[in-house]
Design a protein around this ligand. Structure first.
Ligand code: BGP
Length: 470
């Protein structure tokens, strides 16, 4: 990495070639869910059986219609200073049955998007899985089923072969722990199962699928970098009482190190294995799995940072024979005076981003990484529309600046951070939250044919990128 030191032109000047951009996902932006050969993912299916689980009953079929408006949207990316942009290829669009036939319409679509980004000097970052299991694969057992792992690896290979000549940055999964916890512990995603042992199997299979995709990528000698995007939620103890400290350590093992260690160091944390072994909760590991994980570390990490996790020692008495949940080993701690985003209920704690950077510097070999998501969801933003017709979201500018100050400090301390991507480019549909909280630099007006209007934050983001600092 080029040595970075503070310059004087701006208070916060960033290294040359820093990535400024944003992240989105196919299922949250494309819409056209049943168009041109695409078949349902778990989200489309779930919506047909339980529409009430979705905010105001809004399902994923149309979202923000990026499928048809990508050209206009890429122009807006330029106008908001993007030099890079992440989206995902929908497995259920490219290979509608999950395995087998490739959909030519999908190949055309993703080719057009990638080419349009490149033509506009926006580096495409392509992610392969953003919570969107094809329904045909879920029917086989989803991530619990070994055949699905193989089908995912074939899908990844197809993507590398089709688009690898132009895409330089690849990611196997976005937040792979989310489908594990939301789908198999907390009933927030389909299939809404509550069973730790099955969750552990899903986690292991996801990590094997990731490692095998990395292996295929290396074997194909694709000229590019491959990584994964993890949502890191550093755990902080209530106090320095050893029992609180141990509670934080255990939470960190379950929610961060469980994925971070295998994808970077090539092995699961020993302490986590012991906790699971003692409770007979270890997943089935097939011969060769651990070698595959060991031999395929990532080149580049994406860090999604939203909030920390605060915990204290377990005080609540559990009912006899309660089925295991990670929360049996610690209690959440509500720290007085925390700053909370009331729209999402998430704590806003900017300096945690610095702690992550230092942890990666000191404990993960100064691995190259970038902030791949960070953002502020706000409900009812239309009321901030000014006389000129655009939303004055000064709070979002402040949110980004406050986080970037800590990113900058981390860079000065030698962390290997290559860029910052906001969640997200334009307001989009979000899982069961639908359009409740808006995160975009660009407004999407649901009451006016999805009209796009750059917000104040989008105008500011362009200056940020042009000045490479603020
Ligand atoms: C991340 C996901 C995104 C996005 C974001 C905001 O965890 O990668 O897909 O949804 O969170 O979350 P939400 O829209 O639920 O407020």
């Amino acid at each position: 990495m080029e040595k970075f030191s503070q310059e004087t032109r701006h208070n916060y000047q960033f290294p040359k070639h820093f990535w400024w951009g944003s992240a989105a996902s196919g299922p949250q932006t494309e819409g056209a869910a049943d168009r041109e050969g695409r078949k349902p993912s778990i989200w489309d299916y779930w919506y047909t059986i339980e529409p009430d689980c979705f905010h105001k009953g809004i399902g994923p079929e149309n979202t923000s219609d990026f499928y048809h408006r990508y050209k206009q949207d890429i122009q807006l990316m330029k106008e908001t200073g993007h030099n890079s942009f992440r989206t995902s290829i929908q497995w259920s669009r490219l290979i509608p049955d999950g395995a087998g036939e490739v959909n030519p319409e999908a190949v055309n679509f993703y080719n057009r998007v990638i080419n349009e980004l490149i033509a506009n000097n926006i580096e495409p970052f392509i992610n392969l899985y953003h919570f969107d299991m094809p329904m045909a694969m879920q029917e086989k057992g989803g991530w619990e089923c070994r055949d699905v792992v193989d089908a995912y690896v074939d899908f990844a290979k197809t993507c590398f072969q089709l688009f690898g000549d132009r895409v330089n940055y690849w990611f196997t999964f976005n937040e792979p722990i989310v489908p594990v916890e939301a789908g198999y512990l907390y009933q927030l995603h389909y299939p809404k199962i509550v069973d730790f042992k099955r969750a552990a199997q899903v986690a292991h299979h996801t990590i094997v699928a990731h490692a095998k995709a990395v292996e295929v990528f290396k074997n194909l000698r694709i000229d590019g970098k491959i990584g994964i995007i993890l949502n890191l939620t550093p755990s902080y103890p209530r106090s320095q009482d050893p029992e609180d400290v141990q509670a934080a350590r255990v939470a960190d093992l379950f929610f961060n190190r469980s994925f971070l260690d295998p994808v970077t160091k090539g092995r699961y944390p020993e302490e986590l294995i012991e906790i699971l072994r003692d409770r007979e909760l270890l997943p089935v590991v097939e011969p060769g799995d651990l070698e595959t994980i060991r031999e395929n570390p990532i080149d580049l990490l994406g860090v999604n940072y939203y909030q920390p996790r605060r915990v204290k020692k377990k005080e609540e008495i559990l009912p006899e024979g309660a089925a295991f949940m990670p929360e049996h080993l610690f209690d959440p701690y509500i720290m007085p005076g925390r700053k909370i985003n009331p729209h999402r209920g998430w704590e806003i704690c900017e300096e945690v981003i610095f702690d992550i950077m230092i942890d990666l510097r000191d404990n993960y070999g100064n691995l190259p990484f970038f902030i791949s998501e960070n953002g502020m969801g706000v409900e009812g933003e239309a009321k901030f529309r000014n006389a000129e017709g655009y939303i004055e979201d000064h709070y979002r500018i402040e949110f980004i600046q406050n986080h970037l100050k800590w990113v900058h400090k981390g860079l000065l301390e030698g962390a290997n951070c290559l860029g910052y991507h906001l969640w997200t480019f334009m307001d989009n549909w979000s899982w069961t939250n639908a359009y409740k909280n808006r995160y975009g630099l660009v407004e999407v007006d649901l009451d006016n044919h999805l009209k796009r209007t750059i917000k104040k934050s989008g105008r500011w983001y362009k200056q940020l990128s042009e000045n490479n600092g603020f």
